[in-house]
Design a binder for this molecule. Structure first.
Ligand code: ADA
Length: 559
């Protein structure tokens, strides 16, 4: 399915559909395997191979093969999302590899001949800290293998305009700066024409080393969750054109407040893994749309996209239907030893750059995050935390930087964050499980947290509770409202909203979690029944638990 931006002027094929497929268990892909593979199966792209009969739940390498017909010249293959380690072969020749699990990655190369060619993609879902350092088996979400999202084949002209990145210079007056990303054999001066919101094209001659232009919008309507007004800019060059969609809006903090278009806004949010038990992390478009509708129905104005870069189709819909978004790099509870691994740091930084490139024009994204619950109280994490904050901040695009910490009392990097985001589960992972009223822990912990942050000098920063929640087994009811009952979860969500939204010291919250989703049974047998993280207000098939209506009620009462 096509997402923004739209490309024109050259052939672009989306290679979704049936591909030849073979799977080798337990084997991390090696070059010499390539020619010896026998293909007896087929699979669909996109999908997770380890959800399919042939290799369900297994770890190894999946080989995808198909033939494509192309011109002689520049080719770009775009893989919009895969896990974990991808190698790309063209007529048996390696053209690239990537370990940026969940990122959108382009591979540029030359086709020497016009005609049919063999494309082979090898994708491994084996855990390997040096080859695929971003993902680890202790993460609390299932690591699926495969080509999760579409693969695209761009037959590029001699030179092309690939992206037009829009920076808002002044939202009120409608002044924007458009920076082009060009590729190929560029002339020194690029003739270009641009059109805003479909108006007649205007010509410009650009310096290809600095292809930037400042433009003035006629229609200056602002984007907001209530009025998600979107604009377009089309940039035409002699052989290609690109149309980007964007919104005019400002986001900044003022003391403890978040201002959207100059007005204070509080965040009523939820965390969402892009996952479903039947589809893994390869969601069909109808389900993505349904998820966005459910988020709107809940009364959310904010979604924290956990814990990796998300499908552009979801982000497109957040732009269109008006949801504020937090998007982050892949990470989960990473300990100091990961920070000592240069491959981990390099992949994190590369993924942050990819995040910017992919998502730069989404007005819905207001926060860029990284490294969920990394061990940010350890000195060994300092460097990478500041490097990631710097990369994301350098995009200078009116977004805020944050990361979810679980060490608010001794976190070393809080000064880097525009918004202090804390994950907390008082009364669920109760400090005193014998307490007859564990829900009381919520208010006590929130008060304690604010005091502790103030004591550490962060009393004047916005504070977001980036996770809070309780598990419930769908359909399990209990008159005592004990842990795991739908009743306890509903009480928990009600109390969390009362305490957090009722206290203006908090910017808001993102309830953990949208829907139940798969994690590992083995390591977490005692706290992850059904092998799912059961803290969804919806179950794994998007059926509401009691907490759904409670949350909806809490969010609809709060302006
Ligand atoms: C953490 C983590 C989540 C999830 C949650 C839980 O805060 O960030 O991914 O694991 O805990 O359910 O305990």
């Amino acid at each position: 399915m096509q997402t923004w931006p739209l490309h024109a002027g050259y052939p672009l094929e989306i290679l979704d559909g049936l591909w030849d497929f073979a799977f080798q268990e337990g084997v991390l892909f090696r070059e010499e395997q390539c020619s010896k593979i026998e293909f007896h199966d087929v699979t669909t792209v996109p999908s997770c191979f380890d959800l399919q009969n042939i290799c369900r739940g297994l770890r190894g390498t999946g080989f995808y093969r198909r033939r494509v017909r192309v011109h002689k010249g520049r080719i770009r293959l775009v893989c919009r999302g895969f896990g974990f380690l991808l190698s790309v072969y063209w007529d048996g020749r390696k053209i690239g590899e990537s370990n940026l699990t969940y990122s959108e990655v382009p591979f540029d190369f030359l086709s020497e001949e016009e005609g049919e060619h063999e494309l082979l993609l090898a994708v491994s879902n084996l855990y390997d800290a040096s080859a695929a350092p971003l993902i680890h088996p202790f993460y609390d979400f299932y690591g699926y293998g495969g080509l999760y999202r579409s693969v695209e084949l761009h037959q590029l002209p001699d030179w092309s305009v690939d992206r037009a990145e829009v920076r808002i210079v002044d939202a009120e007056s409608g002044k924007i700066r458009v920076r082009l990303r060009l590729s190929g054999n560029l002339p020194e001066r690029c003739p270009a024409a641009f059109s805003l919101d479909g108006a007649p094209f205007q010509e410009q001659l650009l310096d290809s080393a600095e292809p930037e232009m400042e433009l003035q919008m006629e229609n200056r309507e602002l984007w907001s969750p209530e009025h998600p007004v979107l604009h377009t800019v089309t940039v035409r060059t002699p052989f290609s054109s690109v149309t980007e969609r964007f919104g005019l809006r400002t986001v900044k903090t003022e003391g403890k407040k978040l201002l959207l278009n100059g007005k204070e806004i509080r965040l009523k949010g939820i965390c969402r893994h892009e996952a479903h038990v039947l589809f893994g992390v390869s969601l069909p478009p109808s389900l993505i749309l349904e998820d966005v509708r459910l988020l709107k129905d809940l009364g959310c104005n904010f979604v924290r996209c956990v814990h990796y870069p998300q499908d552009s189709r979801f982000l497109d819909l957040c732009d269109e239907l008006g949801l504020l978004v937090w998007e982050e790099t892949l990470g989960w509870g990473n300990p100091p030893e990961h920070f000592r691994n240069p491959a981990f740091a390099a992949a994190q930084k590369a993924q942050a750059h990819r995040l910017i490139e992919k998502s730069i024009n989404h007005p819905s994204i207001i926060i860029w995050g990284f490294l969920n619950e990394g061990h940010s109280n350890s000195p060994e994490t300092d460097t990478l935390y500041s490097e990631l904050a710097e990369i994301l901040r350098s995009a200078r695009d009116g977004r805020l930087i944050s990361y979810a910490t679980m060490f608010p009392d001794d976190d070393r990097s809080l000064a880097l964050a525009d918004i202090i985001s804390v994950n907390r589960y008082p009364g669920w992972y109760a400090s005193n499980p014998d307490l007859p009223r564990p829900l009381k822990e919520i208010e006590a912990e929130m008060d304690r947290l604010l005091k502790s942050l103030a004591k550490r000098g962060f009393g004047n920063r916005p504070v977001l509770i980036s996770e809070i929640g309780a598990g419930a087994i769908p359909g399990w009811h209990d008159t005592f409202h004990v842990h795991w009952s739908e009743e306890y979860q509903a009480d928990y969500v009600r109390e969390s909203c009362r305490v957090i939204l009722g206290n203006p010291e908090f910017l808001g919250l993102a309830v953990w979690h949208f829907s139940d989703c798969r994690t590992y049974a083995s390591a977490r047998a005692l706290c992850r029944p059904r092998s799912l993280n059961n803290k969804g207000v919806l179950d794994e098939y998007r059926r509401p638990k009691l907490a759904y209506d409670v949350l909806k009620q809490a969010y609809s009462c709060q302006k």
